[in-house]
Design a protein around this ligand. Structure first.
Ligand SMILES: Cc1cc2nc3c(=O)[nH]c(=O)nc-3n(C[C@H](O)[C@H](O)[C@H](O)COP(=O)(O)OP(=O)(O)OC[C@H]3O[C@@H](n4cnc5c(N)ncnc54)[C@H](O)[C@@H]3O)c2cc1C
Length: 380
């Protein structure tokens, strides 16, 4: 067993880290978050570096990187903001799904646009009456001659309002089967009959969370991703990659927040001593360090499994559960240890807490991850 990255991986990681410090500094993050503004300029700079073709196969002009690289990237991009990491990896999920299930026409249409930074993606599974029970979705897509006609409502779609966005819609194409009646369809956000409405949430404010209303939206038959009624199968694979990314982003941000807590308690003096000299505070710091280290191990384990093509449903669930709950804990402890200052926007603790609550919920709540882990252990 070895924990060392290859020289190429280390180099790539270092370049992402340098980029983040230069192009996504805390002042910019605070501004974008408070304004609820999409980080399009940051994303354009990433595209200029070729990072939007990082996960496109080499024979299609990309870098052909794998899941471990994506985890490292999510971890580094999330240093000052998990939303910056999310903006990038949500679009990369579209690329990964295209690589696996897309037609040659779909790949040659979307991948160059993604590479140029002029194509975003969103994923839409959740509906008003189907959240944790995602396969109960009802948004209906019916094939009429050469077009899919879509009717229904979706909830909580992250970055649906981003520039040049296409939604990867999970819709019901067969009402006689639950899991076996779901398909994935590309729907551009400027499609006639689609209304998108921003929700007011405390998390991922720079990306926005949206409700979607489909009223006889028509898209070409060729917008189907993969095979009809295979959508649930694709969602299960997609969720492993999604959970790895959310775990990596939460862990990367928790590391940074913990670093800032340590600096603060070393400098802040009360009763003639620095806060870190009080054992009650030093022990909290030690416990947080152990949690962040465990979060790192769980993330790298699932990233390694995905890299090797191994099935990893429970491992992805464990990483997502532990890393997101670690971010909740680190940010909550940060707010306590910084006293009143922890509640201001001057320090990142309150924003990290808001982001952590989005992370524990999106991609399946902590209870749903526990259900997946328990099911894998209790199965007869
Ligand atoms: C910031 C954010 C971004 C999101 N982005 C997207 C997106 O881009 N695309 C998308 O499709 N969705 C997205 N979602 C939706 C997210 O996936 C759902 O909110 C989540 O799956 C939970 O569904 P729900 O909100 O309907 O809650 P419910 O399913 O109603 O759950 C409510 C509570 O009951 C618990 N619960 C439910 N069932 C069980 C059970 N069987 N056992 C134990 N406890 C249970 C849950 O853990 C939760 O605490 C996002 C959500 C958030 C907050």
């Amino acid at each position: 067993m070895q924990f060392l990255l290859t020289p190429d991986q280390q180099l790539f990681r270092d370049s992402v880290s340098t980029f983040v410090r230069k192009e996504c500094p805390p002042d910019l993050i605070r501004k974008l978050d408070l304004a609820g503004e999409y980080p399009q300029q940051v994303m354009q700079k990433m595209a200029a570096l070729g990072w939007y073709s990082a996960f496109t196969p080499e024979d299609m002009g990309g870098m052909g990187l794998g899941p471990l690289d994506l985890a490292l990237m999510a971890e580094e991009l999330a240093r000052y903001s998990p939303s910056i990491a999310s903006a990038y990896y949500i679009t990369m999920w579209g690329v990964l799904n295209l690589n696996l299930h897309g037609t040659p026409e779909q790949k040659s249409y979307y991948l160059p646009r993604v590479a140029a930074g002029s194509q975003n993606f969103s994923f839409s599974i959740t509906e008003p009456d189907s959240g944790s029970d995602a396969a109960a979705l009802r948004c209906r897509a019916v094939l009429e001659q050469d077009e899919w006609v879509i009717n229904g409502q979706k909830m909580f779609c992250t970055q649906a309002g981003a520039p040049n966005n296409t939604i990867i819609l999970c819709a019901r194409t067969d009402t006689s089967a639950k899991h076996g009646g779901v398909s994935m369809i590309f729907v551009p956000t400027d499609a006639k009959g689609l209304r998108i409405q921003r929700m007011s949430t405390i998390s991922r404010r720079m990306l926005g969370t949206y409700e979607l209303y489909f009223d006889n939206v028509r898209v070409p038959r060729g917008n189907l991703l993969g095979e009809v009624n295979k959508g649930w199968e694709y969602i299960l694979g997609h969720l492993e990659r999604e959970r790895m990314c959310v775990a990596a982003g939460s862990m990367g941000h928790a590391k940074q927040v913990l670093g800032e807590i340590v600096e603060y308690v070393k400098q802040r003096k009360q009763f003639g001593k620095s806060l870190g000299e009080f054992q009650a505070i030093a022990h909290v710091i030690a416990d947080l360090r152990v949690q962040v280290d465990c979060a790192e191990l769980l993330t790298y384990k699932v990233a390694w499994m995905l890299d090797k093509g191994l099935p990893c449903g429970p491992e992805a669930a464990a990483a997502k559960l532990f890393c997101t709950e670690t971010l909740v804990n680190v940010s909550m402890q940060g707010m306590r240890l910084l006293g009143g200052y922890g509640l201001t926007e001057e320090f990142p603790m309150a924003r990290a807490f808001r982001e952590s609550m989005g992370a524990v919920t999106g991609g399946g709540t902590s209870n749903i991850q526990r259900n997946i882990i328990a099911r894998s252990m209790l199965r007869a």
